[in-house]
Ligand binder design. Structure first.
Ligand SMILES: [Zn+2]
Ligand SMILES: [Zn+2]
Length: 418
């Protein structure tokens, strides 16, 4: 990789990310603005040397694996998977755990051996969150920081160091909570606690085994669409969900940076089917993995596109838009929900953090100030994040004239002068 003498200036947003220079692969004294995850930047040139020796396809493979592993790790779900696999072959796992009598209370709650589950879930979740999250940060945000127009959804804007620290802090807090909840459920189920999970695929008709993939996926995605939308009503938004929207340019670390109340709410919603309908553990966790994988992709701020075999799946820019424009595009893995309920982003609407309920404001009703800010916002998007490399939402002069907006802006401006 050729080393550029002067790196791209990512200073527009928040005014913190100032320009820094790099010569011959090493960061010199003018390095003024380290991001929160400074170690990757400090050792960037050293890591780069090693990386450049790895064949490209190996690199791509590593990045893909990294994203998958992070998906697995972020909520400790690997533990639930493990419990189910072991349980299927060996009966209850908790029987094999060495637990003292102090756990009498836990035992009565069917939480015998909870400490082991909790420790395991937390340790591995954190290792993966920081290890893989750090790696992704380096791979895109450090290594390719000088050419954000090639990969970043909002190439001229970066999170400020304060916000990066904030998202990692809250992401970690939420992770602890998620690991605890997951460990509790895993432990409870493994101790024979109530659930409608089954282990033999032939216990119910085999068609039900396959149908479950669709049922679980549709249920979870539709339920979380509404849950997310409900968290966007002014009261809940201001008190809980706003925290997640501090990140107007989300990164992989944002994915778990969610208020603990909301985070628990999401987990309970996702897990509900395993207490209600016969669910085989395999479809449940395959769907969960898919969801986590896309949670990371959608928050990465990178121009990932959905594959041909996922016609329901929006590209990463869809949720990036949600962070950039706030009350719009509430769905996660099936964008159809937004089309169905009229909350899919429209070109002829203006969206800001103060315009609630997902429908935006008609261009003609927006103030000149709102319009100006909106047009600038649209221009800051990366065409490469969209299909055909086109800025789908860019407003041309013809578009504005069609809406009689151009004349309106001039009128409003004139009015101001008087
Ligand atoms: Zn939101
Ligand atoms: Zn988000």
């Amino acid at each position: 990789m050729g080393v550029k003498k002067k790196r791209h200036d990512p200073s527009v947003q928040n005014g913190h990310a100032k320009m820094y220079h790099q010569t011959n692969g090493s960061v010199n004294d003018t390095f003024v603005d380290p991001m929160a995850v400074t170690w990757t930047e400090k050792y960037s040139s050293r890591i780069e040397k090693v990386w450049s020796k790895i064949p490209k396809f190996v690199g791509t493979f590593l990045v893909t694996t990294a994203i998958c592993c992070m998906g697995l790790g972020i909520s400790g779900d690997w533990l639930l998977i493990l419990v189910h696999v072991i349980k299927q072959y060996r009966g209850h796992v908790a029987d094999n755990l060495n637990v003292t009598d102090v756990d009498g209370l836990l035992e009565s709650l069917k939480l015998k051996g909870f400490g082991y589950f909790w420790l395991g879930a937390s340790t591995i979740s954190y290792t993966i969150y920081y290890g893989i999250g750090g790696f992704l940060h380096w791979y895109f945000y450090v290594r390719q920081r000088d050419r954000p127009e090639e990969w970043k959804c909002q190439p001229t804007k970066f999170l400020s160091p304060e916000l990066e620290r904030h998202e990692i802090m809250f992401g970690s807090l939420s992770l602890l909570l998620n690991s605890t909840t997951t460990a509790m459920v895993a432990c409870y189920v493994s101790n024979g606690g109530y659930s409608t999970i089954y282990y033999d695929p032939f216990e119910y008709p085999i068609w039900w085994f396959f149908l479950q993939f669709a049922v679980i996926f549709l249920y979870q995605d539709y339920a979380t669409y509404w849950l997310h939308r409900i968290y966007h009503i002014p009261f809940l938004y201001k008190h809980f969900h706003k925290l997640h929207h501090k990140y107007k340019q989300p990164t992989a670390f944002s994915v778990t940076a969610i208020h603990p109340v909301e985070s628990t709410h999401i987990q309970l919603t996702l897990i509900l089917p395993i207490f209600l309908i016969p669910i085989h553990w395999a479809p449940f966790y395959i769907v969960a993995l898919y969801t986590y994988y896309h949670g990371i992709i959608d928050h990465s701020g990178i121009n990932f596109k959905a594959h041909w075999w996922q016609p329901w799946q929006p590209d990463a820019i869809f949720h990036d838009n949600h962070h950039q424009y706030f009350h719009v595009n509430f769905a996660f893995n099936i964008y159809f929900w937004d089309i169905l309920h009229g909350t899919y982003r429209r070109k002829d609407r203006v969206y800001t953090e103060d315009i609630y309920y997902g429908r935006g404001k008609e261009l003609t009703k927006a103030s000149a100030k709102e319009l100006k800010a909106d047009i600038e916002e649209r221009k800051s998007e990366n065409p490469k994040a969209y299909r055909d490399n086109k800025l789908v939402y860019d407003l041309s002069n013809e578009d504005l004239q069609e809406q009689n907006v151009a004349t309106m802006i001039t009128k409003k401006k004139k009015k101001k002068h008087y």
